[in-house]
Design a protein around this ligand. Structure first.
Ligand code: IMP
Ligand code: MG
Length: 173
């Protein structure tokens, strides 16, 4: 049984960072109507906060990925459990991800989306754990760089627990 999660990034710092990312995206997409694609389930809170700060006429879609197993180690087997509901051909796409760890999930998703021939595709990730990377991933809009620690809250889970926490927290083993 893990003990009570400890706050690593509090809600105010998260809000400031989301505002910064939103203003960078707003500047880059003036006059465009990008499609934001959230990666479920982890990005649902980040996506909700980000779109409300964007002030752009975005459209939204979601994709659900699963990596084999539910332990803290991400397996190299990634599959698409639920794909898009609308075509993205000729659209400007922004993938919204909670955290890039090994990079396997999001690089799989970017490959899948590129085959659909969007006009452009960029990645916005709230968090990055570069020390864990197995495949290179270009992050166009990044919130925080984290050490190699497992975090929960603000949408992220440990075996489906703690997604509801308003701060980004460390689970102490
Ligand atoms: P990757 O394929 O290893 O980059 O893993 C990406 C996915 O694993 C993320 O979208 C998260 O859903 C999950 N993940 C990676 N690190 C963490 C973490 O520290 N806490 C919670 N989920 C994580
Ligand atoms: Mg995720």
């Amino acid at each position: 049984m893990s003990s009570r999660p400890k706050v690593l990034v509090d809600r105010n710092e998260i809000a400031n960072t989301v505002a910064r990312l939103a203003s960078d995206i707003r500047r880059d997409y003036q006059g465009k109507q990008p499609v934001l694609i959230g990666v479920l389930k982890g990005s649902f809170i980040f996506m909700a906060d980000l779109v409300r700060q964007l002030d752009l006429p975005v459209e939204l879609d979601f994709a659900t990925l699963s990596s084999y197993g539910s332990s803290e180690e991400t397996s190299s087997r990634v599959k698409l459990v639920r794909g898009l509901t609308k075509p993205i051909r000729h659209r400007h796409v922004i993938v919204v991800e909670d955290i890039v760890d090994t990079g396997l999930s999001v690089s799989f998703l970017l490959g899948y989306l590129k085959e659909k021939k969007p006009a452009s595709i960029r990645l916005c990730a709230l968090m990055d754990k570069p020390s864990r990377r197995k495949v290179p991933v270009p992050i166009d809009y990044l919130g925080f760089t984290l050490p190699d620690k497992f975090v929960v809250g603000y949408g992220l889970d440990l075996d489906e627990r703690f997604r509801y926490l308003p701060d980004i927290c460390l689970v102490e083993e």
